[in-house]
Design a protein around this ligand. Structure first.
Ligand SMILES: [Zn+2]
Length: 432
């Protein structure tokens, strides 16, 4: 259906005019009816003339038998076919996203910065659209199985193509909350499938080659469509490069609280900002963490003859409370806060953190520490408080403290070179 593709391109280019033209200026008749089928058949049999501009259903500039075949398939056979799924409509109302599902659906974008629910039906290629008590009608013309147009009775043509997916970042994965930094300053984005908002301004997006097309709502101007190159770093990060060269880095940051426990993108967090409730008590390292440590211990021994052991694993809220208070009594609160967590804020309470061999700077220069730093990601761990990142993690360098994240995430964090706080775009500062 190459002609159909050309037709859509032409329709998009000239959507603002009432009578769309294909390249070369041939007039297109969109509103096909049973009458034109009869007259096309008669015309091809040499029994009369066609009205000017009619009959060229496949838009190749010639009225011939192919048009009759085309018309029978897409006009007659599809005279009661309703679209299904996500479609993009381009016309005088700008670019709009349509979701069709069994005669109901919604529109997003175009002149209205909101979602409009509708019901739709098709009889004899007449498309009836109802929303909020008002009804609009259009002729629906299928140009191929994956393209159709609506010729609205009151405001012209709208050409439709399916909303595809990009392999780089499918709509199912581009969901959730992101914070950004870059040439636009800090912005807060929400994505939900194809729709979303940025600092409260609504948009929808569509795949476009290796990038995305971002369509801002509340406007019918084509200038409000941005063509953006997308490069993906990992599951939680991607970068957009705008047409004018400006860049914006996206970090997924979805903070949820379940039973007082904070999760960021589903990852349990205990740091100086986020505390665990006193009731959270796994009782020991989680089974997964213990298994991963055992695997790491075997590898360190078999690969390098290094011996790893856990000197402190799970610590309860009450134990941490006793520990912290004893440090405060000895060194004062300000100093204690630099090396010991307040109760609820210790990562050891998660059951996902462990101190290896010796919890002190003596461990820093050991071959075990070097091996741990280079290899713990392979077993699902990260060095949680790296050197020089005290302002970000809230803790001095701890070569011995590892946090279990699972192999996939630990590798992504390790590869990023970021601390967990930077990776998730969160802070670690006592707020009290
Ligand atoms: Zn520790």
């Amino acid at each position: 259906m190459k002609h159909a593709a050309a037709f859509i391109t032409a329709a998009v280019i000239t959507a603002a005019s009432a009578v769309p033209l294909i390249t070369g200026g041939t007039r297109i008749e969109y509103a096909a009816t049973e009458n034109t089928l009869t007259s096309l058949g008669s015309y091809l049999l040499g029994e009369g003339e066609l009205e000017y501009g009619k009959g060229d259903f496949n838009h190749d500039g010639v009225v011939d038998g192919f048009d009759l075949v085309f018309e029978r398939k897409y006009v007659t056979e599809y005279s009661s076919k309703l679209p299904e799924g996500m479609w993009v409509g381009t016309g005088e109302n700008g670019v709009r996203l349509y979701w069709f599902s069994g005669g109901t659906g919604y529109i997003f974008g175009g002149g209205a910065a909101q979602t409009t629910d509708f019901t739709a039906s098709v009889t004899d290629s007449r498309f009836t659209f109802s929303s909020g008590g008002s009804t609009a009608m259009a002729d629906i013309v299928w140009n191929s199985d994956d393209s159709f147009s609506l010729h609205w009775d009151d405001y012209g043509l709208e050409a439709f193509s399916p909303a595809g997916d990009t392999a780089l970042l499918p709509s199912s994965e581009l969901t959730g909350e992101y914070v950004t930094s870059g040439d636009f300053g800090e912005r807060s984005w929400k994505f939900s499938g194809y729709t979303g908002s940025c600092n409260g301004r609504e948009f929808f997006w569509l795949p476009e080659g290796d990038g995305i097309k971002l369509c801002w709502c509340g406007s019918t101007e084509y200038g409000d469509i941005e063509h953006i190159t997308l490069s993906r770093t990992d599951k939680h990060h991607f970068t957009l490069t705008y047409e004018d060269g400006r860049r914006e880095s996206f970090t997924r940051r979805e903070i949820t609280t379940v039973n007082g426990i904070t999760y960021v993108n589903g990852i349990m967090i205990a740091n100086k900002t986020y505390a665990l409730p006193s009731t959270y008590n796994p009782g020991a390292l989680t089974a997964e963490t213990q298994t991963a440590f055992n695997e790491m211990k075997s590898a360190a021994w078999s690969e390098k003859g290094l011996s790893l052991s856990i000197c402190s694993g799970y610590r309860s809220y009450s134990y941490q409370s006793t520990l912290y208070n004893s440090y405060v009594n000895r060194d004062g609160k300000a100093k204690a806060d630099t090396y010991s967590a307040r109760p609820g804020h210790s990562e050891h309470q998660t059951g996902l953190a462990a101190d290896i061999n010796y919890a002190g700077s003596w461990f820093d220069s050991t071959p075990e520490a070097a091996w741990l730093a280079a290899n713990c990601w392979r077993f699902g761990f990260i060095i949680r408080y790296p050197q020089g990142k005290q302002d970000i993690t809230g803790y001095k360098y701890e070569s011995w403290h590892v946090r279990y994240l699972g192999k996939e995430l630990a590798k992504m964090v390790y590869d990023s070179g970021l601390t967990l706080e930077e990776y998730l775009c969160i802070d670690s500062v006592y707020k009290y």
